[in-house]
Write a protein that binds this ligand. Structure first.
Ligand SMILES: [Zn+2]
Ligand SMILES: [Zn+2]
Length: 294
């Protein structure tokens, strides 16, 4: 399994010199495996660059794209790339989108409501490619892959996902409300979703001082991301959903702080950056993973 980051920011795109190394596009990660079509985690502005990669050589001339998207929730930073995905201009392309049930109306109606005039010049139906939009079941299959979804504390209906294929798994929790200042409690549903994953991609928006003034904005500190990873017994943690105000140097500092806080509780911690590809292969579960799964 290969996991490639196309957008790693939270909240809003922030392309500038100060964010060039980690990147300024919002949430979009692509999982590939030889036995399945690509699976896209979130459809933030990074999606456009994945589409460009496909159009620039990933697809043969005239070849249509087939894939799946798992969308955590409908905040702008997680869906704003939707209308700019080049494969949709190709007849026969198809993207099956799964996301959270909404409080009012269907997920499909909610997505259609922001891809239409006056917000965008055309509707989804005007694109040559096909889109299906489905409320994500708790467990479902994509060919040989198993997908699990679970509710995650945030603001509004939000899911985390776990994708398992070929004996490896990646867990995706891009936005996660920390329960309080300095809190280490993790919702058991989230722990179960992440238990023993080979890679956890997790919200790491704030430092402790920022969290003090933004404690109810739906996010967490880098230390809390470490807590989730350690308690769930995951092997690797990718700090994700970087705050748009954090330049590259600040993200470096937060990565160092996360590693200090983790000690030997998490095998490897990285800060996600645009263009980073993580290759995952099966490994024996850790004792912490076995405990979290139980
Ligand atoms: Zn977000
Ligand atoms: Zn959000």
């Amino acid at each position: 399994m290969q996991v490639t980051f196309y957008g790693v920011r939270g909240s809003t795109p922030c392309a500038c010199d100060g964010t060039r190394r980690y990147g300024g596009n919002t949430s979009c990660v692509v999982v590939t495996h030889p036995d399945m079509d690509p699976v896209v985690l979130d459809l933030g502005t990074g999606l456009r660059y994945f589409g460009n990669d496909l159009a620039g050589g990933g697809l043969a001339p005239g070849e249509a794209f087939q894939g799946t998207a798992l969308v955590s929730h409908l905040h702008w930073d997680h869906v704003q790339g939707v209308p700019f995905f080049k494969p949709w201009l190709c007849e026969g392309s198809r993207l099956d989108v799964y996301g959270p049930a909404q409080e009012d109306g269907s997920l499909e109606d909610a997505v259609r409501s922001f891809i239409r005039p006056p917000y965008f010049p055309v509707t989804i139906d005007d694109l040559p490619g096909q889109v299906t939009i489905t409320e994500a079941p708790e467990v479902f299959s994509l060919g040989p892959a198993e997908v699990r979804s679970a509710p995650v504390p945030h603001i509004g209906p939000t899911l985390g996902f776990r994708l398992t294929v070929g004996g490896t798994s990646v867990a995706f929790v891009p936005d996660h409300q920390q329960p309080g200042v300095g809190a280490t409690y993790v919702d058991p549903t989230v722990l179960e979703l992440c238990a023993g994953a080979d890679l956890l991609i997790h919200d790491a928006q704030f430092d402790n001082d920022e969290f003090l003034t933004k404690a109810d904005w739906g996010h967490c500190t880098v230390e809390y991301a470490v807590e989730v990873a350690a308690q769930a017994g995951v092997r690797r943690l990718a700090l994700f959903h970087h705050d748009p105000s954090h330049g590259d140097g600040r993200v470096d500092e937060l990565l160092a702080a996360a590693r200090d806080y983790a000690g030997d509780r998490v095998e490897e911690i990285v800060a996600a950056s645009e263009g980073l590809t993580v290759a995952l292969s099966p490994a024996a579960p850790t004792p912490a993973a076995a405990a979290a799964a139980g």
